[in-house]
Design a protein around this ligand. Structure first.
Ligand code: C2E
Ligand code: MG
Ligand code: MG
Length: 639
């Protein structure tokens, strides 16, 4: 918006012109009125009045000339003086207080208020009042008499002339006032707009339109107040473009400006509507994120920003890249004040630059390592899926009464090319949080079914392969299709697989879970509850779902021969399983003593290092072949 600087001198000039115009108009009207009155006086043969009116008209002509040459105050004073004298004389000479010239007094007051100063106004007022008082006193005391004559057409004409002149000017004044008021309204609007504009300029960056440091500080204060109430973190992400100087130096400032504008747009796209993106000058930007549930959301936003900026920019027909380095500080651990957090985010940003640019770094070293590890793990899992780095190992499961291998639990293994073997405990949780478990789970199902079929073809006819399923896989809704597809693809009977479910899945029990599990059961697929005993005390869910087996968690089994308490738990679980017509599977059987005790307690199945850890499929096959023909004590059976 263009602000119109209406200076004081312009306002004064405008006022002067208006005053002159109004004075000239007034003088013409007075001249016309005087001419009429003069004509009436001449017609009446009132020669003294006519002479006075003629003289007044001449003075008005002089005043007109003075006004036209710009001597407005002098012209106005001359006019007021003449009119005051003329009116006083007419009143005195004619009918006194009852003369129609008295009606000219309000008009005179209006004129003196319009054109004179306060002093002039008061002088005219006092003169006229004094004149009226003198006439009244003279008449009362009998020094002078103003007899009232009969009403004539001439007196009506005089009265109408005086009133018309007054009315005309009162109307002019009122319209001037209205005009002034509406102008004032417009001016006010402009001033309000200017204030808004000034406020915008004071709080926003002119190039990108983003909030500037001042407003960022304010937004931070708001985010902080909310965070303190809700006990949540606030993050400051300080961002510096990696190669902006090169763009500016080689392509000029116009290209640099365009790039900055586009960066600003992309940054706004990468964050939530409630976050603030601000520009801190040059190629530095700041993102303020409040209302955060988890700190992983901060890293996710940092990644999103970097992904947004990684896409090449089209500037002046050229393709430019503008990667950035990001430093992150988090309230409360890195500080509670804007300046402290900003300084720490800035330091972290330099750390990111040192680490090779195009990356982000947390000020807090611990978060930094855990977040970076987390992200590496996620990208590592993706790569592992693509490069088929995952393998399934199988741990044999035994029928404790016959001593025969009756099943195999498929357990995933990941040998990372650089980091070596990564245990499932480390990456399954990450895969679950990032949703990658769905892809992993589908692969596990297919691979386990394929292997089970291969073993059946090789002669292990009754072997049941157990597959671990994550609760996350059930949330997606197509787990049933995945299972059936894996079975169909491998041409495997549903009775040859067992699904290991977690207690947490059954406790959370979404409405569709019961019918889904019973459909799977009806097809002949076995269901067991893994790590039983570690989850929840409310066992009501056991009645609702058609599971077949409880897998007693290894933490109780491993120590049951040395800890009476653990043995008590194992015994209780076995008894409970039996009373619910379920079978018990002991995990973590590490020695013969444990095995013997489990048999005494009536546990049906077991797995553990006592027999074998999880091994690759061919080793598993060899293991089973070697064991065929051995009895439960491990002696070769006689033919
Ligand atoms: P889990 O299903 O309870 O598997 C049993 C874990 O106990 C396995 O650990 C196994 O190697 C270990 N184990 C077996 N016998 C013994 C023993 O005698 N002593 C001791 N100390 N440990 C024994 P692993 O392979 O590291 O797997 C850990 C967990 O990762 C599994 O617990 C399971 O919850 C999860 N997991 C493994 N593979 C998969 C998979 O394909 N999908 C899903 N969703 N989860 C999996
Ligand atoms: Mg398991
Ligand atoms: Mg288990």
């Amino acid at each position: 918006m263009q602000i119109d600087p209406l200076s004081d001198s312009r306002i004064a000039e405008h006022g002067f012109r208006l005053e002159r115009r109004r004075l000239v108009q007034l003088l013409w009207v007075i001249l016309a009125s005087l001419s009429l009155v003069l004509a009436l006086s001449v017609a009446d043969g009132a020669w003294t009045s006519a002479a006075c009116e003629g003289a007044a008209a001449a003075v008005m002509l002089l005043a007109l000339w003075l006004a036209s040459v710009g001597r407005v105050p002098l012209a106005a004073h001359l006019m007021l003086l003449t009119l005051t004298v003329l009116t006083s004389a007419m009143i005195f000479r004619s009918q006194g207080l009852r003369d129609e010239a008295v009606c000219a007094i309000p008009a005179l007051m209006v004129f003196s208020a319009m054109f004179g100063s306060r002093k002039v106004f008061l002088a005219v007022l006092v003169t006229l009042f004094a004149m009226l008082a003198t006439i009244a006193a003279a008449n009362i005391r009998g020094w002078h008499a103003n007899p009232v004559g009969p009403v004539t057409w001439g007196s009506l004409a005089n009265l109408l002339v005086v009133l018309s002149a007054t009315a005309f000017f009162v109307w002019l004044m009122a319209s001037d006032l209205r005009l002034a008021l509406s102008r004032l309204e417009v001016e006010n609007g402009r001033i309000r707009e200017s204030f808004t504009r000034i406020d915008l300029l004071a709080h926003h960056d002119a190039l990108t339109g983003l909030p500037n440091r001042l407003l960022a500080r304010d937004r931070f204060a708001q985010a902080l107040a909310l965070a303190q109430r809700q006990h949540t973190p606030v993050a400051l992400l300080f961002l510096d473009l990696d190669n902006f100087k090169d763009v500016n130096d080689s392509l000029g400032h116009a290209a640099g400006d365009l790039l900055l504008r586009e960066v600003a747009r992309r940054l706004q796209r990468a964050v939530r509507a409630c976050d603030t993106v601000s520009r801190h000058g040059g190629d530095e930007f700041l993102v303020i994120m409040g209302d955060l549930g988890e700190q992983t959301a901060i890293a996710a936003t940092a990644v999103k920003i970097m992904e947004q900026l990684a896409v090449p920019f089209q500037v002046l027909g050229m393709e430019l890249s503008a990667t950035c380095s990001l430093g992150i500080s988090v309230y409360p651990q890195d500080g509670a004040e804007f300046d402290t957090l900003l300084k720490h985010a800035d330091m972290a940003m330099y750390h990111a630059k040192d680490a090779g640019r195009n990356t982000f770094s947390f000020y807090d070293v611990e978060i930094n390592t855990s977040v970076i590890d987390h992200l590496h793990l996620i990208s590592g899992i993706r790569a592992a899926l693509a490069r088929q780095q995952f393998k399934l190992h199988y741990q044999p499961q035994f029928d404790l009464r016959s001593g025969l291998v009756v099943g195999a639990e498929a357990l995933i293994r990941w040998r990372h090319p650089e980091l070596g073997m990564i245990p499932p405990a480390k990456f399954i949780a990450v895969a679950e949080r990032s949703g990658l478990i769905n892809e992993i789970g589908t692969w596990v199902l297919n691979e386990a079914c394929r292997q089970a079929k291969a073993w059946q073809n090789a002669g292990l006819l009754d072997l049941v392969v157990a597959v671990n399923l994550s609760p996350v896989q059930f949330r997606r809704g197509d787990i049933e299709r995945d299972i059936l597809q894996a079975l169909a693809q491998a041409e495997l009977a549903p009775t040859s697989i067992e699904l290991e479910l977690t207690e947490s899945l059954l406790i959370a029990e979404a409405g569709h879970l019961g019918p889904l599990l019973s459909r799977l059961r009806q097809r002949g697929i076995r269901l067991s509850i893994d790590d039983f005993g570690t989850g929840y005390s409310n066992l009501g869910y056991l009645r609702r779902f058609e599971v077949e087996r409880l897998k007693i968690d290894q933490s109780f089994v491993r120590r049951m021969t040395v800890d009476g308490h653990d043995e008590g738990i194992v015994r209780a679980i076995i008894q409970m399983a039996h009373s619910l017509k379920l079978e018990a599977v002991a995990e973590g059987v590490e020695d013969a003593a444990t095995l013997a005790r489990l048999i005494e307690l009536g546990c049906e199945f077991g797995q553990g290092y006592h027999w074998s850890p999880a091994v690759p499929p061919d080793e598993f096959f060899e293991f089973v072949q070697a064991r065929q023909g051995l009895d439960r004590a491990g002696h070769r059976r006689s033919a």
